[in-house]
Design a protein around this ligand. Structure first.
Ligand SMILES: C[S@@+](CC[C@H](N)C(=O)[O-])C[C@H]1O[C@@H](n2cnc3c(N)ncnc32)[C@H](O)[C@@H]1O
Length: 282
């Protein structure tokens, strides 16, 4: 099963444009953007010179962060996809945030930055997609300075659910969407066990449910973007996926739509002792 964000460089230009549209549109949905604002309010961006976002996509959250008047530093974004980085540069220029942001292509399993270079490191809906979450967490811990902050936000996609009159089809589609879209759909449950080994001390953590009842916006574009990958994975007949999508559109039209997913935020402080990977401390 191929997570489209993990294997994004194997997709064609049309697929890239669809994913760029999805990343930009979901960031405008208030129930989702509020979750970013909620954790940024709790990290000290005012006294931060350098912030890094690993897996920045189109840079939409870094643009949002750099528009905050209290932030006077530089926000760096790294993503493996050259099309996303081109889009990030263009959007930043169009919005006039390019003086405060810097985007580059790279693999977040092997960051090019020096140890302790950043005041804050963010992973926003990325850890669920990467090939090896432990390596990425170790790299994040390496490049943040002692005393600096790490913020990890992502969904628990085993909780993703859409209502469907045929419960059996609905359950299968929920599972298929989670397994075809995310390489690590349950990773947010593992973080309390994994993080202490990284030299990252938990300072706060909480969960939020993203829920749309009646109409769908966030979950509409989610279904439209990712249902084609369920078809491609061959888990169901194309017809079954179309029946499910038809039920979602019908529910949105007549105001009976329901979809939900839990999201979790972890805020961490880097201690002096850091877990070392074989490639760490370059
Ligand atoms: C769901 S998107 C999130 C983008 C952005 N953080 C946001 O919230 O809009 C996941 C991103 O992770 C990136 N990604 C996945 N694996 C990566 C890797 N190994 N190195 C760099 N980027 C990676 C993808 O290219 C994609 O842009």
């Amino acid at each position: 099963m191929a997570d489209p964000h993990r294997f994004v460089n194997e997709l064609d230009e049309e697929a890239h444009q669809r994913l760029i549209g999805r990343l930009e549109s979901r960031a405008q949905v208030p129930i989702f953007s509020e979750l970013f604002d909620k954790y940024v309010d709790q990290i000290d961006i005012k006294s931060s010179d350098k912030i890094l976002e690993v897996g920045c996509g189109t840079g939409v959250i870094l643009r949002s962060l750099s528009r905050r008047p209290e932030f006077t530093g530089t926000a760096f974004g790294v993503d493996q996809c050259p099309s996303f980085i081109s889009a990030a540069n263009k959007f930043a220029q169009d919005e006039g945030t390019d003086g405060r942001t810097s985007f580059q292509v790279g693999d977040v399993h092997n960051l090019i930055f020096d140890s302790g270079e950043f005041d804050i490191v963010i992973a926003h809906t990325v850890i669920s997609h990467v090939t090896d979450p432990v390596e990425v967490l170790a790299e994040m811990a390496r490049v943040v300075r002692p005393g600096g902050m790490v913020a990890i936000f992502d969904g628990d996609y085993a909780s993703l659910t859409y209502a469907c009159p045929d419960h059996s089809l609905g359950q299968k589609m929920d599972n298929a969407l989670a397994s075809t879209t995310f390489n690590n759909p349950k990773i947010m449950r593992d973080l309390p066990r994994l993080l202490p080994e990284m030299g990252l001390e938990l300072t706060n953590a909480w969960g939020d449910a993203v829920v749309e009842i009646g109409d769908g916006s966030y979950f509409r574009t989610f279904a439209e973007t990712y249902a084609p990958y369920v078809k491609r994975a061959g888990l169901f007949s194309e017809q079954a996926v179309d029946i499910w999508l038809g039920e979602q559109y019908r529910a949105m039209e007549n105001g009976t739509f329901f979809a939900a997913c839990n999201y979790y935020t972890y805020l961490l402080r880097r201690t002096a002792v850091v877990y070392q990977t074989p490639m760490a401390d370059k």
